[in-house]
Design a protein around this ligand. Sequence first.
Ligand SMILES: *Cc1c(COP(=O)(O)O)cnc(C)c1O
Length: 415
Amino acid sequence: MIGISDKTYKLYLEALENLGDEFKKIDDIRMYNTNKVLNAFWNNNVCETDFNSTTGYGYNDQGRDTIEKVYAEIFKSESALVRNQIISGSHALAKTLFGLLRPGDLLLAISGRPYDTLHEVIGIKENKSSLKSFGVKYDEIDLVNNDFDYERIKDYLLNNKVKVIHIQRSRGYSTRDAIDINKVEKVCKLIKDVSSESIIMVDNCYCELVTTKEPIEVGADICVGSLIKNLGAGIAPNGGYVVGKKKLVELVAEALTLPGEGSEVGPTLGANKSFLQGLFLAPQVVTNALKIGIVTSYMMEKLGYKVSPKYNDSRTDIVTTIEFGNSKDLIDFCTGIQSGSPVDSNALTIPVDMPGYDNKVIMAAGAFTQGSSIELSCDGPIREPYIAYLQGGLTYESGVIGVLKAIDKIIRKEE
Ligand SMILES: *Cc1c(COP(=O)(O)O)cnc(C)c1O
């Protein structure tokens, strides 16, 4: 292979010989989810005229309405808000929290500390515009052994009136595993038993279409994610989605736009076709990302690194972590990924401070869409134990080649 060492390429060929069973499982899920998406297109009669656009207020945007019906069907939810006015997943999560919570209310996170960009939103890190600054209270319960602390959650709910319960499935920049849908189901049952009034909100970033079920189906009330991840498939230029109970989704819409207008306004400015086309391609692109992760896990395990998930573990999200133990290897690996990206392959990857993140972060992303992590990307905070978070890859081959370049960078250094 041009530009890849024989040693690294041989390792890839060895991986391929051993990954047939894993790939087969992923292909079966892709078939199921492609059919799910197609049926939602058919049942909601997606038409060429849905690609038309509105400007200004965005009243009566037929395509936008169709997109939201299609999302609602895929998620088996009453309602959906899928908007280009939502910047990305972080914004969707922030608007959901601001839409649902009022002064004096209590927010409880039950999968440990939420994703970094929510720290200033909640007020875990001081910010004069945080939920805390409006008098919203916050508490959290950590996971134990990668599962919910069911007893503590039950006890807490019996003794406190909790308005919103936050569950984050993907690991963010933590070292835990992603939370599979069966655990979400189990904890939703428990919550409904002891605190039926609490709203269960799921941060579903990176988990969409990885398996055959989504959070609303197993008892969540509202579920939130990013269109520069799985469901945008690299085609949506930006955006976020919120699905769930109609009255809750409308509260979020009123926080996003304005009270009284809610989801009725929102010009699509040409985004409709890309949202629909992205969704159509998403089962395929998610599969590619998963296979790249599986190949990476196999090769990095063989090279002696601690990875998660392992190559033959079942996957809940599209993220693979590799523990390097020192900043140099982490930075080199990210540099290799950057050099194997289709765009900005010559860019230097250096750790920098990022808005919303506590540590310096290194980010390799040679993407068509800025910050898009359904495209091959690799990042990590510069802190112990120096973990790379690898995700995405729009095509299988391009993703694998990027990873081979990154591995080369590390192997050559060892020689
Ligand atoms: C990526 C991510 C977010 C933020 O989404 P963006 O689209 O990058 O703003 C939030 N939560 C989790 C768990 C994530 O992985």
